[in-house]
Structure formats: structure tokens, C-alpha cells
Design a protein around this ligand. Structure first.
Ligand code: OGA
Ligand code: MN
Length: 204
């Protein structure tokens, strides 16, 4: 199979999970080389002080340390490096597959690199804004090398509110994706720097 055919097959598998139960965790969605390439592009940009503190809410977002402590850099597709370009084309295959299977009408994606310094987390939240319902599907791709349980930084994810949270390690290459309006989640503080590419497919 060609890389495109493989990407389409993986996208179809993910789309089926998004139909029901509405979320999906895919270890090794990126292979080690893709993950290392993307991590390097993230760290190179971060070293140039291009990141800014992430705010809470839309528009003139406030910086609230007690709610979220990450730094982000919004992705500009026109200046994407080779690793990011590969990932963008895989995510495009996912967008098309989800539209084919779920009729969500996803029409674009907004993505940012996120760097959580040691000790930073993100308190329990939903991704969809109260005053803007375009964010429809969340994608999180972890870029961390050799993550171990002692590093903390787990994503706690509630498949439903009645049950205990799942705890997902932010291991490099893992994709987490879920319908943005439905699932509460939080980032536990990590003992080391924690890297991801995170974004939202939007409808009009
Ligand atoms: C977010 C978020 C989770 C993670 O950026 O909205 O919930 O595991 N990130 O990084
Ligand atoms: Mn979130």
C-alpha cells in the first residue's frame, strides 16, 4: 500500500471510533522518525522565543496560571517544515474521512504547538467555547521522547461524567482525538517539559 492508502485506512478506523464512542487514542499514529522530526521543529521554534502564554477563553483571552500553564505557537501552514507538512497531510486524510463517515462538515483546522514547562498543567475543561461552536473535533499529538510514569503529565479524560477518568500518557507519536463539545479532560502537571501539537477541526 502507498503511504496515502495507509493514511486513508488509519483515518477510516479512527472515524469509526469517532462515530461511537466519540473518542479514540492511537499509539504510534506517528512513527519514531516522524515524531522526532516534529519534536525538533517544535523545539527549534520554541528556542527562538516565538511561543506565547496560552490564554483562557476566546478573543482577548486572560492568562491564568492556576487554570493553564502552557505556552503555544499557532501553526502557519505556509511556513511548515517537512515533518509538520507530513503530519498536516495525515490530518487532512483524517478530516476527509471523518466528513465522509460522520457528515461533520469539518472545513479547516487550527493547530498549535504546546509546551508545558515542568510543573504546568491545564485544569479540567471542555474544548468548545461557550460563544463559538465551530470547534468540532480535537486532535492532540504528543511529541515527547521516552515518557515514563514518573514524569506525570497525564491527560485525564472522562469518557462520561459518571465514571472515573482514563489516564493517558503523553508518549511521543500517540494521537488522542475526540468530539470537542462532549468530553471533559485535564492535564496533570508534569515533572519535565511536555510537548504536543494540538488543534481543532472546525466547521463553518
Ligand atoms: C488543550 C488540552 C490536552 C493535552 O490544549 O485544550 O486539553 O493532553 N490539551 O495536552
Ligand atoms: Mn482541551
Amino acid at each position: 500500500m502507498s503511504p496515502e492508502a495507509i493514511a486513508d485506512a488509519i483515518a477510516d478506523t479512527i472515524a469509526a471510533e469517532l462515530a461511537e464512542p466519540g473518542w479514540c487514542v492511537v499509539p504510534n499514529y506517528l512513527d519514531a522518525a516522524e515524531t522526532a522530526g516534529l519534536r525538533q521543529e517544535c523545539l527549534t521554534a520554541h528556542a527562538k522565543n516565538t511561543f506565547h502564554r496560552a490564554g483562557v477563553g476566546r478573543g482577548t483571552a486572560e492568562i491564568r496560571d492556576e487554570i493553564r500553564g502552557d505556552q503555544v505557537l499557532w501553526i502557519d501552514e505556509t511556513t511548515a517544515g517537512p515533518a509538520l507538512k507530513t503530519v498536516l497531510s495525515k490530518l487532512e486524510a483524517l478530516r476527509l474521512s471523518v466528513n465522509r463517515h460522520l457528515f461533520l462538515g469539518l472545513f479547516d483546522v487550527e493547530l498549535h504547538f504546546a509546551v508545558y514547562p515542568s510543573g504546568a498543567g491545564y485544569r479540567r475543561h471542555l474544548d468548545r467555547f461557550q460563544d463559538d461552536d465551530r470547534r468540532t473535533l480535537t486532535v492532540i499529538l504528543y511529541l515527547n521522547e521516552n515518557w515514563s510514569a514518573a514524569d506525570g503529565g497525564l491527560l485525564r479524560f472522562w469518557p462520561n461524567q459518571a465514571e472515573a477518568a482514563l489516564e493517558i500518557e503523553p508518549s511521543g507519536g500517540t494521537l488522542v482525538t475526540f468530539l470537542s463539545d462532549r468530553f471533559w479532560h485535564e492535564v496533570a502537571p508534569a515533572q519535565r517539559q511536555r510537548l504536543s501539537l494540538t488543534g481543532w477541526f472546525r466547521r463553518r
